[in-house]
Design a protein around this ligand. Sequence first.
Ligand code: PLP
Length: 351
Amino acid sequence: MNYTLVCTGCGCRYGSDYDRQICDSCDGILDVVYSGAVRIGRPSRFWDMEGVFPDSNYRHLDVGWTRLSKSTEFDNLLLKYEFDNPTGSFKDRGSVVEIAKAKEFGYHEVTCASTGNMAYSVAYYSKIYGIRSVIFISRDANRDKIRNIRSTNNSRIVRVDGDFTDAQAAAIRYSDRTGSFLTGDYCYRKEGQKSMAYEIMHSSRGIDDIIVPIGNATLFSGFFRGLLEMRKMGRIRDMPRLIGVEAAGCAPIADALDESRDARYVRPRTDADAIAVGMPTFWRQAVEAIRATGGKVVRVTDAEMRKEQRDFYISNGLVVELGGIASLAAFRKLGADRGRRTVAILSGKNV
Ligand SMILES: Cc1ncc(COP(=O)(O)O)c(C=O)c1O
């Protein structure tokens, strides 16, 4: 779909040939704005949704259209198994879009800051497209994730002695200095990740709540974007409530909502590394989505996530990482017997 890029900070506009995801004049985050109404047929595979992505020369790689399965424990709960994606997390949905754009713009190298999952995904798809990757990894990234990134044989890993926010700043500096294409929690990834909203809403009816883990809130704000587009297309009438989950030890958006103020950086104190983001890039968009859908943010403790991880392993034989199981802990905390038909996103088998 034809599009322009608009800065969410200063409103500057750029054509689709602008080959960055950050505004040249104010360093703000850009958003994709389509030239006309987006329209697609009824999708039954990921690439059926290409019409709601920014135009590019996409190679139809294996990604998305993951299982949406009834929970064995709760009648009113559906689980979206995002660890079915090739690198084990929903990040692949965004990476296939973002890396295709980097290739289209003629880049030979991409840069990314990550706590692990996004880096693995970026390294994996870059390799397929014949592009090198440089990964700035936060101090809390676990060894298995680093091993996964290394397994692609396509990455230079730079360890940053800090959290995700420090790694992100280092990646931006590197990209500014070298001209490497900056990937990560930016506009093209958000477009790919909104595909999950399309999949869920086309696969099941009568969804009241969708529970989404929040790190940088790219997935969360992507969900809202997908729902808005579907409503415009007449595919849905009412929007489900979007319920975010943050770790109790790192909940900048929940704190901002509680205190009716802007989000402020908090030092992450959680072992759920995938959602240990002290200053979420898309916090404003997440707050807008929460207000517009009547949603909220639930805090879950590391102990609650650990218990959920253990129980899920016992009943399903699968180890899902703490951030990836947070939405199930949030469902329980909200009161499973609320009777609301709910989808919980499970992602990240990379532990
Ligand atoms: C398993 C998992 N869950 C949740 C998140 C948070 O997603 P986002 O940064 O889009 O909010 C991540 C991000 O890395 C993740 O890997």
